[in-house]
Write a protein that binds this ligand. Structure first.
Ligand code: ATP
Ligand code: MG
Length: 465
C-alpha cells in the first residue's frame, strides 16, 4: 500500500483523466507525475499533464489508439509517447530508470521497471518526484510536499551522486529555485557548488535552455547573488564580474552586485514582464567591462568601448548557447547602446531610432522602449546621484512617443523622396551615389536641417548640387 496524502488544489483535467482511464482499463497502472503535481500542490497555474505508467510504450500507444486517441511517438527510445486530446498534449512515459552516465550527459540506456517507486527515485528533486492519482491520492516518497511547503529545492537521494550522474541537474536546481522562488537545501547547495565544474561537459544547447529558463524566471538577481558559481560556470563570460571594483565615483558596488541590481531593475521598470532579450541584455550589459578595464593616473577606472565589445561578447555568448538569433541580435543591440546618452530633442530621438534600425531593421521603436528600461535600471544600480537619470529618461520617453506618433523619419524609406528623384535632380545614373545622397539627406532631416517634405527635399538637393 502506497502512502496517500493531501490532494492538489485543483482536479486533474479531463484529458489527463482520459489517459489514466484508458491505461488502467487496459490493465496497467498510471499516475500523473512531475511538474503538474508540483504546480497543482502549489495552486500555481496549470502545467502540462505528464503521465507515468507501467505499460510499455507500445502498449500505451495501442491502448490509446484503440480508444480513438491521437498518439505521437515523441521519444520512444526513452519510453515516451504523446497523446493529444482536445488539442492538449499528454506525455506518457513508461516507468523507467536511467543506466550508467558514462559521458555525464545522456543516460547510456534507460531500463524500464515495474514499480513506480523506482521511477520516482530517478527524478531530480523531491518537489518533482511526486505522483498523483485521483483515487489513490498523492505518492510522495521523498518529502516533496514538505519541501514545497518550506520552499526548498532538495535532490532526491545523495546530491553529490545525483549531480555527478547528470551535471545538468546543477542548473535545473537553480532554475527551479528561481522559478518557484525557493531556496536550495544546504547539502544540495554544497553539492551544487562542488559539481558546477562538471557543467563544462554538458552540451551547450542544453545549458542554454536551462539558462534561458533561469533568465525568464525574472529572478536572475537572486541567482547571481546566491548561485554565482553555477551561473558563471554555465556562462563563463560572467566569471570576471565577481569582485571587479569599478574604481569610479559613479559606482557604489562591484560589477557583480551592480549587474544583479540591473537585472532586478528591468523587472521592476518593465512591470514584471521584460522581453527575454531585455533580460539577457541586463545580465550581459557590462560583460565587456572586464576586458576593457583600465585605471588612470588618478586611480579611476575606465572601460572605454565596453559597450561595443560587450555587444559582441553578448551575441557570441547567446549564439554559443544556441539561443535564437533574434534574441541574440536584440540583446546585443541593447548592450551596444546601454550607455548612450539620450537627448530628448526630436533630433536625439531620431538619431537613436536610426541607430537601432540599423542594428535591427524594423524593430527600432520596440527596442527603444526596452533600452529605456535598461538605462533606468542601470541608473538606479549605480549611486544615488545617478538615480536621477532614471527620471530624466521619462522625458526622453515622452519625446520618443511624440516622435513616433507623428511618424517621424528615421529610415531612408521614410524620406518624402526616393532614389529616382535623386537621380533626376542630380542627373546621375544608378549607383552608390544615390544611396549615399539619400543617407546624407536622412541625416539632414534627422538633425532638423531640412523638413521632410518633397518640395523642401528637392530644393535642398538642388541647392547642395
Ligand atoms: P517544467 O517543464 O515546467 O520546467 P517539469 O517538472 O515538467 O517542469 P521537465 O524538465 O519537463 O520539468 O521534466 C519533467 C520531469 O522529469 C521533472 O519533473 C523530473 O521529475 C524529471 N526530470 C527531468 N529532467 C531530469 C533530469 N535531468 N534528472 C532527473 N529527473 C529529471
Ligand atoms: Mg515539463
Amino acid at each position: 500500500m502506497l502512502a496517500v496524502q493531501d490532494a492538489p488544489a485543483y482536479p486533474v483535467p479531463d484529458y489527463g483523466l482520459a489517459v489514466l482511464r484508458v491505461l488502467e482499463d487496459a490493465g496497467f497502472e498510471a499516475w500523473v507525475v512531475g511538474g503538474w503535481v508540483r504546480d497543482a500542490l502549489l495552486g500555481a497555474p496549470m502545467h502540462d499533464v505528464d503521465v507515468t505508467t507501467s505499460a510499455p510504450w507500445q502498449e500505451t500507444e495501442r491502448a490509446l489508439r484503440s480508444a480513438g486517441i491521437e498518439v505521437h511517438e515523441t521519444g520512444t527510445a526513452h519510453g515516451t509517447v504523446t497523446a493529444v486530446i482536445d488539442g492538449q498534449p499528454v506525455e506518457v512515459t513508461t516507468y523507467r530508470v536511467e543506466g550508467a552516465y558514462s559521458d555525464r550527459r545522456h543516460p547510456d540506456e534507460v531500463r524500464f521497471v515495474r514499480d513506480v517507486r523506482e521511477d520516482l527515485a530517478r527524478r531530480d528533486f523531491t518537489v518533482n518526484a511526486m505522483a498523483y492519482h485521483p483515487n489513490r491520492g498523492l505518492l510522495d516518497l521523498f518529502g516533496g510536499r514538505e519541501d514545497l511547503a518550506h520552499g526548498v529545492v532538495r535532490a532526491v537521494g545523495d546530491p553529490y551522486r545525483r549531480f555527478e550522474e547528470d551535471a545538468l541537474r546543477v542548473l535545473r536546481a537553480v532554475r527551479f529555485a528561481c522559478r518557484l522562488g525557493f531556496e536550495v537545501e544546504t547539502r544540495t547547495q554544497a553539492a551544487l557548488v562542488a559539481c558546477a565544474p562538471e557543467l563544462d561537459g554538458i552540451a551547450r544547447e542544453r545549458v542554454g535552455q536551462e539558462m534561458d529558463g533561469i533568465v525568464s524566471s525574472g529572478r536572475m538577481a537572486w541567482a547571481l547573488r546566491n548561485e554565482f558559481e553555477v551561473v558563471a560556470r554555465a556562462v563563463p563570460a560572467l566569471m570576471p564580474m565577481h569582485g571587479l571594483d569599478q574604481r569610479s565615483p559613479y559606482h557604489a558596488y562591484d560589477l557583480l552586485e551592480h549587474t544583479a541590481r540591473v537585472c532586478a531593475g528591468v523587472e521592476a521598470f518593465a512591470g514584471g514582464s521584460p522581453t527575454q532579450s531585455l533580460r539577457w541584455a541586463a545580465l550581459l550589459h557590462d560583460v565587456g567591462k572586464p576586458v576593457c578595464a583600465s585605471v588612470d593616473e588618478r586611480g579611476r577606472g575606465h572601460f572605454r568601448d565596453h559597450q561595443r565589445v560587450g555587444a559582441t561578447i553578448c551575441r557570441e555568448t547567446l549564439l554559443g548557447l544556441a539561443l535564437p538569433h533574434e534574441v541574440a541580435g536584440r540583446a546585443a543591440a541593447l548592450v551596444r547602446y546601454h550607455d548612450r546618452h539620450l537627448s530628448a530633442s526630436p533630433a536625439g530621438v531620431r538619431k537613436l531610432l536610426r541607430r537601432l534600425d540599423q542594428a535591427r531593421p524594423g524593430e527600432a521603436p520596440a527596442l527603444a522602449y526596452q533600452l529605456l528600461d535598461l538605462q533606468r535600471a542601470d541608473a538606479v544600480a549605480k549611486t544615488l546621484s545617478c538615480a536621477q537619470r532614471a527620471v530624466e529618461l521619462d522625458v526622453f520617453e515622452r519625446a520618443l512617443s511624440d516622435e513616433l506618433a507623428r511618424g517621424t523619419a528615421f529610415r531612408v524609406r521614410d524620406l518624402a523622396i526616393g532614389g529616382g528623384d535623386v537621380m533626376r535632380a542630380l542627373g546621375i545614373a544608378p549607383g552608390p551615389r544615390v544611396g549615399e545622397t539619400l543617407s546624407a539627406l536622412l541625416d539632414d532631416v534627422i538633425y532638423g536641417r531640412v523638413e521632410n517634405s518633397r518640395d523642401a527635399l528637392l530644393a535642398w538637393l538642388h541647392e547642395k548640387a
